[in-house]
Design a protein around this ligand. Structure first.
Ligand code: G6P
Length: 489
């Protein structure tokens, strides 16, 4: 089955809709557009071809406003494509979203299996909710639709669609890492998951390593499937069907970030921060509150840098922004307490009149505010223990229009394979190494900073979010392996 014919209508499916539903003090409900890269990239394609976006509005069904359908129809008319909600009850939210998605798949796929809670009721709910999404797709879909499913919450959707008799082309993109075989083997439902993944026509992952891991799992657990090709996209034969697997590193809207970086709102935020922290090198960390982001390790590395390199004391400030996330999952609540204790301890050890080493922000920043922080920062400290891609790294570089910032990046972020030539790559578990990278970044001559940053920005410009959508969609129509778009390594 070949997908994505020219002009074919698109049906995008993600756990969350690209809209944010909030209740105002007055009691009225408001729908705001999401601002993420995925929406930016897919919205024009959806508008051009016509299509639908299916997903969860983000609040339990019991709490949803009675006129939600009407609100979404109106939002869809403004956006130029249909919005179709999938309602989740409070129980489904707990067992499917917080439970299986975020207490089983999330830690396991980030190679932290000891944090996984293999509760069998979670698996049942995951299966049922994936069926619910499939039913919503079946209700919207026509036979010639190109269905594109996103992320780890929805790995069973193609299988459920096939069971409902839907034979459209169904593609999948995994935004998080795919783990190595010996980690994947730990999951009690490993065969069920692999079988379900084989029901997609195209499986996209972020990096070559993820692709190799996925193939290793298929080869070890499903030896009957024969794989062809050695390049970026390989093809497997499953009875009379074919499934393609390829790596497609997601990116950002380069031009829009460059344009916004120069706006007066962004410059005002930058200037305000620089004025307050005058004479200090500013290090910046921005993360969702998540144990995969390595925030405690990073704080320890910053403490080590202050202990080891006295020239940094009084002259370097770390701004750590933590965006609240998944508050219903116990691991996340514990992590917040751990981070706040460490920030307190380090500030207690080093603060002196006129200088506080860590500025800690626990809330989400408005888009212009965030860009202002990027522009103010001399160094971005992005050190996840494991990350699918990490778009903050790309956003920081692209916003750095003066080319004078430095990116310290974990070798375990998907972005590292693309950004290795300009970033200082570190092992986030090696506290002394990260401390030394902090010192290197803070003392790096301007010529070297410019040389590195130009390289980084150039590589993101070449492979931006539109390149990502295009190369994914083209891989669905390519007739043979030689036609697959190649990566610029
Ligand atoms: C990661 C995942 C996304 C998810 C996002 C926010 O980037 O890959 O699928 O939407 O985190 O997490 P949340 O649980 O709030 O949707």
């Amino acid at each position: 089955m070949t997908g994505n014919k020219k002009g074919q209508r698109l049906l995008i499916v993600s756990n969350r809709l690209p809209l944010k539903l909030t209740r105002e003090r007055s009691g009225t409900w408001r729908l705001d557009r999401g601002s993420g890269g995925l929406v930016t990239a897919l919205a024009p394609v959806l508008r051009n071809r016509g299509g639908v976006w299916i997903g969860w509005p983000g609040i339990p069904q019991e709490k949803a406003p009675p006129n939600l359908g009407e609100l979404l129809d109106r939002a869809g008319r403004d956006l130029g494509y249909r919005i179709a909600p999938v309602g989740l009850s409070r129980r489904e939210q707990r067992l499917f979203y917080e439970g299986f998605s975020n207490e089983v798949i999330w830690p396991l796929f980030h190679e932290l299996p000891t944090l996984a809670n293999f509760d069998p009721t979670y698996w049942l709910a995951y299966h049922q909710v994936n069926r619910k999404y499939a039913e919503a797709i079946a209700a919207e879909s026509q036979p010639d639709y190109f269905v594109w499913v996103h992320d780890y919450q929805l790995m069973l959707v193609a299988q459920e669609l096939r069971a409902l008799g839907v034979n459209s082309y169904v593609a999948f993109f995994l935004h998080i890492p795919f783990p190595p075989l010996d980690v994947f083997l730990k999951i009690p439902w490993r065969l069920e998951i692999l079988n379900a993944l084989l029901q997609f026509d195209l499986l996209g992952v972020q990096t070559a390593r993820d692709r190799r891991n996925l193939l290793d799992c298929f080869r070890a657990l499903m030896p009957d499937v024969k794989w062809h090709g050695r390049g970026r996209v390989v093809v497997g034969q499953v009875n009379d069907r074919f499934v393609r697997i390829g790596d497609f590193p997601i990116s950002i809207d380069y031009r829009s970030f460059v344009r916004r970086a120069g706006s007066k709102e962004v410059l005002a935020v930058r200037d305000g921060i620089r004025k307050t922290l005058a004479n200090c090198k500013i290090l910046l960390g921005v993360d969702r509150l998540d144990y995969t982001k390595g925030i405690p390790h990073r704080l320890q590395a910053f403490r080590e840098a202050l202990r080891e390199y006295p020239d940094l004391v009084g002259k370097t400030t770390l701004i750590q922004v933590v965006v609240p996330s998944r508050t219903g999952v116990p691991q996340y609540r514990r992590l917040r307490a751990e981070i706040e204790r460490l920030v307190g301890t380090i500030n207690g050890e080093f603060t002196k009149p006129g200088w506080v080493p860590i500025h800690y922000i626990f809330r989400s920043l408005a888009p212009d505010e965030l860009l202002g922080y990027y522009r103010a920062a001399d160094v971005a400290l992005i050190t996840p223990l494991k990350d699918g891609m990490n778009l903050i790294a790309k956003e920081y570089c692209v916003t750095n229009v003066d080319n004078d910032g430095v990116l310290i990046l974990s070798e375990f972020a998907g972005a590292a394979s693309q950004l290795q030539h300009g970033a200082i790559l570190v092992n986030p578990f090696h506290v002394q190494q990260v401390a030394s990278a902090i010192h290197q970044a803070c003392t790096m001559p301007i010529t070297e900073r410019k040389r590195r940053m130009k390289k980084l920005r150039q590589s993101i410009r070449k492979q931006d979010i539109f390149w990502w959508v295009d190369s994914f969609l083209r891989s669905a129509i390519a007739k043979d392996l030689s036609e697959f778009p190649q990566l610029d390594e």
